[in-house]
Design a protein around this ligand. Structure first.
Ligand code: S3P
Length: 434
């Protein structure tokens, strides 16, 4: 299923529940494994990224059973119950798995090694290994600060008061998780709000995370109590349909049980600023996270200057937002988003190359992009560079294309959105995978 071909035109309609939230699914396995007792997870994302986390904890002696679709039962071993794995732990394509596990492994008594695929092996890791080293961890990276990560066991950790240089939930989470094994208090101050699933879930597992404005703190030496986790549908996966239905005249879709944690809803705010018709209904709480059903109707979009404070709150949704921008009237300008260059691909450059290949004018800047909106896309061929979100974003571009679009290197869609092709086809996208 490496190449996607999407025929031009069509509309999206119907009700869909996209797969479980990736960030919450990773954390459910990690905290479940480190808790005392049995944790039941429902709505778990069975994508390759979260399965890499699941396999890593199995390799460290944690019994984890997959009971049915999205149903996972974890026999937690407590904060001191992990066992030394037989070999390196392979995190595949997942930055979240590698960075959060690095925080967990820094506190263990045994040596370990984290490896990943070609994309992950290019991604910066000093952002986690440097602050962890200041806590006392002993971690080796490549000379370039990239994986593999070799973590020396038995290094005593001490609490820290770390101020993040980049707004990153992965770095914040790695430090807070390491803080579970540290002496005293571990605090992280973030320059802008980022997703707070780790803090919420730690609280749900009985480990108090205190908050003082931008500062979150945990105290070492406690314990985690098993819990149940109901994983909502992933707003980052829903985003492709929010964009697709917005740009395809006549579309109307309802996305069920989507997580609307306020640290994740930047995509809704940005699309609404562009004129999108998105209604958030039946707001409720599930497993410590706010969820809702989201209704989207096609609407004419206009270009905007994207407010920089929304960037961390929509960090994974920019490939899809760029597709919306190409179909909007006028120019869309993104700044303050240099982090996009170190995601699964350089999402500014790879998206710009793809947009240009499909006849869209855009200008790349170090920290963003300017996209000239218009009627849509000319059709043609783009390369996703193995980046799942880029592949799915260009699939949606077919709805406003005048000719077929071929998208290469799409196998990694399975990292975050298993079943994307079938779900998109059911909704009305003329998508084939071969
Ligand atoms: C994630 C945090 C974000 C995001 C990633 C998932 C997480 O990364 O891009 O897909 O689950 O904590 P950064 O922390 O690097 O911004």
């Amino acid at each position: 299923m490496n190449t996607f071909t999407v025929q031009p035109g069509g509309t999206l309609s119907g009700v869909a529940r996209v797969p479980g939230d990736k960030s919450i699914s990773h954390r459910s396995i990690m905290l479940g494994a480190l808790a005392e007792g049995e944790t039941r997870v429902s709505g778990f994302l069975e994508g390759a990224d979260c399965l890499a986390t699941l396999e890593a904890f199995r390799a460290m002696g944690v019994p984890i059973e997959r009971k049915g679709p999205g149903e996972v039962v974890i026999q937690g071993q407590g904060l001191h119950g992990l066992q030394e794995p037989d070999g390196p732990l392979d995190m595949g394509n997942s930055g979240t798995a590698m960075r959060l596990l690095c925080g967990v492994l820094a506190g263990q008594a045994f040596d370990s090694e984290l490896i990943g695929d070609e994309s992950l092996t290019r991604r910066p890791m000093r952002r986690v290994t440097d602050p962890l080293a200041r806590m006392g961890a002993q971690i080796e990276t490549s000379e370039a600060g990239t994986p593999p990560l070799r973590i020396r066991g038995g290094a005593p950790l001490r609490g820290t008061d770390h101020v993040l240089q980049v707004a990153s939930a992965q770095v914040k989470s790695a430090i807070l998780l390491a803080g579970l094994w540290a002496e005293g208090k571990t605090c992280v101050t973030e320059p802008a709000p980022t997703r707070d699933h780790t803090e919420r879930m730690l609280n749900g597992f009985g480990c108090v995370v205190t908050r003082d404005g931008p500062k979150a703190c945990v105290t070492g030496g406690g314990r985690l109590q098993a819990s149940s986790v109901d994983v909502p549908a992933d707003i980052s996966s829903a985003a492709f349909f929010l964009v697709g239905a917005s740009i395809a005249t006549g579309s109307q879709m309802r996305l069920a049980h989507v997580g609307i944690n306020p640290t994740r809803t930047g995509v809704i705010d940005i699309l609404r600023l562009m004129g999108a018709d998105i209604r958030v209904e039946n707001q409720r709480e599930a497993g410590g996270e706010p969820v809702a059903d989201i209704e989207v109707h096609a609407a004419p979009l206009k270009g905007i200057e994207i407010p920089t404070e929304l960037v961390p709150l929509a960090i994974d949704e920019f490939p899809a937002i760029f597709v919306a921008a190409a179909c909007a009237e006028g120019e869309t300008v993104l700044t303050g988003a240099e982090e996009l260059r170190v995601k699964e691909s350089d999402r500014i450059q790879v998206m710009a190359d793809g947009l240009q290949a499909l006849g869209v004018q855009c200008t790349v800047q170090p920290d963003g992009i300017r996209i000239q909106g218009g009627e849509g896309f000319s059709g043609g061929e783009v390369d996703s560079h193995g980046d799942h979100r880029i592949a799915m974003s260009f699939a949606m571009a077919g709805l406003r294309s005048s000719a077929p679009i071929r998208i290469r290197d799409c196998a990694n869609v399975a990292t975050s959105f298993p079943g994307f092709v079938d779900l998109a086809r059911t909704a009305g996208l003329a998508l084939e995978a071969a």
